[in-house]
Design a binder for this molecule. Structure first.
Ligand SMILES: Cc1ncc(COP(=O)(O)O)c(C=O)c1O
Length: 412
């Protein structure tokens, strides 16, 4: 029997199992959410004034958020409370507000609104589809730069930023990147905050969604802080960090926030204040009270998340190693945190792998989703999202993925 026939027989064997497994979106599992269920009872009518004296049921308190919550989440982004602005329920919304105001008014210090310059943003590839869709939806032209194990390819970034004044910034994930899991090196942080840019208002939009999402609490990747490094480089307003509680407490049921210079906070507070008198202080106080009850605070909770998530990453690697190591058919990332593993097939068969897996009842992130416009020019990248299903399902799904990679490669 030929190799390909043997693979087809295995494929038919899996088909008979009628699997229904999903490894598509990076969502926490219900067991992750359960860790935060005490949130529901954290704030009562007995307790509506914060230690800083703010009545959470009423408007006053400022547009940047409760001092206690700015302090709490400032730790997550590695900035001071006064360098924090807490927005609405999710970080994408805060990023949207910053980008929209940048288009209409410019960022702090812009000579004119960005929209007048036919603005472009650099994005890293492979990268996060929602970054691409948001920026393109707002009208930005995207300029892809390669992601490397040390963060965005700085040779490309420096060259593009220096020669094109319509490139207004770079939008990427600095730590445990979606999807590769790569984190930026200190050296590349320094280069990015100090590089020469043709646009005087070039802005680093660093979506630090996974800043505290370490798989091993004893092996944390914490690169040089962008806000501190930008200040030291003499470009204090160049960097904005974003984050949220979506994969800490409840997904889209929490708080999105940004960390940047005090001047930038003042600038954006004025603009955000045009659209809201203030953020949801009840939600903010709920988080503040909740973390007071958790041993080790945010880090303590994240260590509990890691206990649930790490075995799922481990089983992905176990199956890939067992079935594909040494075959030359694929390479894959080994992140130390975050929510994703990125796999590249050697042959241009990513879309065929996703199609074959679907036939066997395993849903994967669409091939191409990690590139702007949903098109991966080399048709090789597949984003694996193991966090939502239970370990046994991740294992079964990955066996299917490994088989589909072999079959698609043999067909090609
Ligand atoms: C890099 C990155 N940023 C942002 C988000 C979404 O965050 P939020 O729910 O705060 O908008 C995700 C979710 O997958 C993500 O991977």
């Amino acid at each position: 029997m030929s190799d390909i026939q043997e693979l087809k027989d295995q494929f038919d064997g899996y088909k008979a199992l009628n699997l229904n497994l999903a490894m598509t979106r990076g969502q926490p599992a219900d067991s992750n959410f359960d860790l935060s269920n005490d949130m529901f009872t954290m704030v009562t009518g007995e307790d509506t004034v914060t230690p800083s004296g703010i009545e959470i049921r009423n408007y006053p308190g400022g547009v940047a958020g409760l001092p206690e919550a700015r302090e709490l989440f400032g730790e997550m982004l590695g900035v001071k409370p006064e360098e924090m602005l807490l927005g609405t329920n999710a970080s994408l919304m805060v990023m949207n507000q910053v980008l929209t105001w940048a288009l209409l008014k410019g960022v702090n210090g812009s000579p004119r609104p960005w929209i007048q310059d036919n603005p472009k943003l650099m994005v890293t590839v492979p990268g996060y589809d929602r970054h691409f869709k948001l920026a393109q939806g707002l009208g930005f032209e995207l300029v892809p730069v390669d992601m490397t194990p040390e963060g965005p390819d700085m040779e490309q970034v420096e060259k593009l930023a220096a020669e094109d004044a319509s490139i207004k910034g770079i939008y990427f994930v600095p730590v445990y990147s979606n999807p590769t899991g790569d984190s930026i090196s200190d050296e590349n942080v320094r280069r990015m905050v100090s590089m020469k840019t043709a646009a005087p208002d070039f802005t680093i939009l660093a979506d630090n969604a996974y800043a505290v999402h370490h798989l091993d609490p004893n092996d944390k990747t914490v690169p040089l802080n962008f806000v501190r490094a930008a200040e030291e480089a003499g470009n204090p307003n160049r960097a904005i960090l974003f984050g949220s509680t979506s994969k800490v407490t409840f997904a889209s049921g929490g708080i999105g926030f940004m960390g940047t210079s005090v001047d930038n906070i003042a600038y954006f507070s004025k603009l955000f204040n045009l659209t809201t008198i203030g953020p949801n202080k009840v939600e903010q106080y709920r988080h503040v009270r909740f973390f007071q009850t958790i041993d080790g605070g945010i880090d303590g909770l994240m260590a509990q998340h890691a206990e649930i998530i790490k075995p799922k990453f481990d089983v992905v690697h176990k199956v890939l190693d067992a079935h594909l190591a040494g075959t030359g058919l694929a390479t894959w990332s080994r992140p130390k945190g975050g929510y994703f593993i990125s796999l590249d097939t050697a042959k241009p068969v990513a879309s065929r792998v996703v199609e074959l897996a679907k036939e066997l009842g395993v849903a994967l992130t669409p091939a191409g989703a990690t590139y702007p416009g949903g098109v991966d020019p080399s048709n090789k990248n597949i984003r694996l999202a193991p966090t939502r299903p239970p370990v046994e399902e991740v294992e079964k799904a990955m066996e299917v993925v490994a088989l589909c990679i072999k079959l698609a490669s043999a067909e090609a």
